[in-house]
Design a protein. Structure first.
Length: 68
């Protein structure tokens, strides 16, 4: 997800500071998302993806993947 966010941001011509300002987070948060670091709030990750038009979808686990 981080690599997709970085690619979309750079294609839009935005720097990390611009993305952070638009999302209302610290610039370090953008860097952490793009680096795939754990511990970033999921809302920030999804917000960054949405900011650049990247959709996400949930998929229910199938047999053998934790489903009862």
């Amino acid at each position: 997800m981080g690599a997709a966010a970085r690619l979309a941001r750079t294609r839009a011509g935005d720097g990390q500071a611009a993305a952070a300002a638009r999302l209302g987070v610290h610039v370090q948060t953008i860097g952490r998302i793009e680096a795939g670091e754990p511990g970033v709030a999921i809302g920030h990750v999804l917000g960054l993806l949405a900011l650049y038009g990247i959709g996400t979808s949930l998929q229910e686990p199938g047999p053998g993947q934790g489903a009862p």
